[in-house]
Design a protein around this ligand. Structure first.
Ligand code: TPP
Ligand code: MG
Length: 376
């Protein structure tokens, strides 16, 4: 159990957790009303893990997360308006409407995303830490990922390298008991996840991810040790997501009773009640925190709704490969574009076929978007 901070700080933690909860509840509503497209992964139930770990960081430290990252952006200080606009795919989104739910990003606040590839953020975290090492500063990178991600090759590869090169990363596995619909004991041979880095040279520890104080206490200790000793650590936060994996999850893999048991440990009322018992908060102040969160979410929706969609032409901005070099897209008739089977000996013919196919892809894309000459 961590130590209760100054009243003002404790209230801020409660406000942040409440904002994340209210924001995501509204996001679910907006998804149902088709204001949000693509995927939407909510972290309702995991707010103590998010706030507890983020508040263990300095503003100059880096946080990198997964596709379940609305809360991470919010806790880092990205305005709810820009997070909601991102969900709506609008120009004022924190990734300019390009990323959507899974790709939140805010460089100014050192929130480094937002990644759809399970385990894809671990090597990036190592890269950020390596850059800090080169720069000779004492910044720490906190990399959060799911229990499912521990089974990815990137987990072993990154932890090994981070230990070998003494990179200042705190790896934090958010153990919410499931990788999509697969329970921890069915997807991981080792279920004591804090131990999963041991053989790779990364010692681990565990916190109660339903308790913001404990999470903050354990992660703060890890962050400061990493800052001092310049060698990585692993923290396992034990938590639970109250909602499905994404909005399209019939939840047949767990019982209602199990969800109810975890809901009884809801981290937000648990912390609010602790603060009330400690005299840090009274009922009226608690209600005010909730009202404020609701108002901020209302304003975020209004802002996102008023923000324009990106112009079709802007599709060609910020991409590395343009026009004739475009190699293909899911939405095009790629089967028709495949060049005739090249003769294995005729490299020239193969190259020619490839160029023609790519040019055709570019032509189809410009046609489909009605961009005409502009983009060709
Ligand atoms: C490399 C890769 N493989 C598979 C998927 C499909 N997928 C999306 S989420 C997910 C489960 C990940 O579970 P976990 O790491 O525990 O994160 P959680 O969703 O619980 O936050 C999988 C397998 C993916 N996105 N990337
Ligand atoms: Mg999980």
């Amino acid at each position: 159990m961590g130590v209760l901070p100054e009243p003002q700080i404790a209230r801020e933690w409660l406000s942040s957790m409440t904002l994340i909860r209210r924001f995501e509840e509204r996001a679910a509503e907006m998804y149902a009303r088709a204001k949000i497209g693509g995927f939407l992964h909510l972290s309702i139930g995991e707010e103590a893990t998010i706030v507890g770990c983020a508040r263990a960081l300095r503003d100059t430290d880096y946080l990198i997360s997964t596709y379940r990252s609305h809360g991470h952006a919010l806790v880092r200080g990205t305005p709810p308006e820009n997070v909601m606009a991102e969900l709506f795919g609008r120009v004022d989104g924190c990734s300019r409407g390009r990323g959507g739910s899974m790709h939140m990003f805010d460089l100014a606040r050192r929130f480094m995303g937002g990644y759809g590839i399970v385990g894809g953020n671990l090597p990036i975290a190592a890269g950020i830490a390596l850059a800090c090492d080169y720069a000779g500063n004492d910044e720490v990178t906190l990399c959060t990922f799911g229990d499912g991600a521990c089974n990815q090759g990137t987990f072993g590869e990154t932890l090994n390298l981070a230990a070998l090169w003494r990179l200042p990363v705190v790896f934090m596995v958010t153990n919410n008991q499931f990788g999509m619909g697969t329970a921890l004991r069915r997807h991981s041979a080792v279920t004591d996840l804090q131990r999963k880095g041991e053989s790779l040279g990364v010692p681990g520890t565990r916190c109660d991810g339903m308790d913001v104080l404990d999470t903050h206490g354990v992660v703060s200790e890890a962050v400061e040790r990493v800052r001092e000793e310049r060698t990585p650590l692993l923290v396992e936060a034990v938590t639970y997501r109250f909602r499905g994996h994404s909005m399209a999850d019939p939840e047949r893999y767990r019982s209602k009773e199990e969800v109810e048991q975890w809901r009884a440990r809801d981290p937000i009322p648990a912390f609010a009640e602790l603060l009330e018992r400690d005299g840090v908060l009274d009922e009226a102040a608690r209600a005010r925190i909730d009202d404020e969160a609701m108002q901020r979410v209302d304003a975020a929706v209004e802002f996102a709704d008023a923000s324009p969609l990106p112009a079709a032409q802007s599709l060609y901005e910020d991409v590395y490969v343009l026009d004739r070099d475009v190699r293909g897209s899911y939405s095009l008739h790629t089967r028709e574009l495949r060049p005739a089977e090249p003769d294995a000996d005729e490299e020239g013919a193969e190259a020619e076929g490839g160029v023609a196919a790519r040019a055709e892809v570019a032509r189809q894309m410009t046609d489909a978007l009605g961009l005409g000459e502009e983009a060709s």
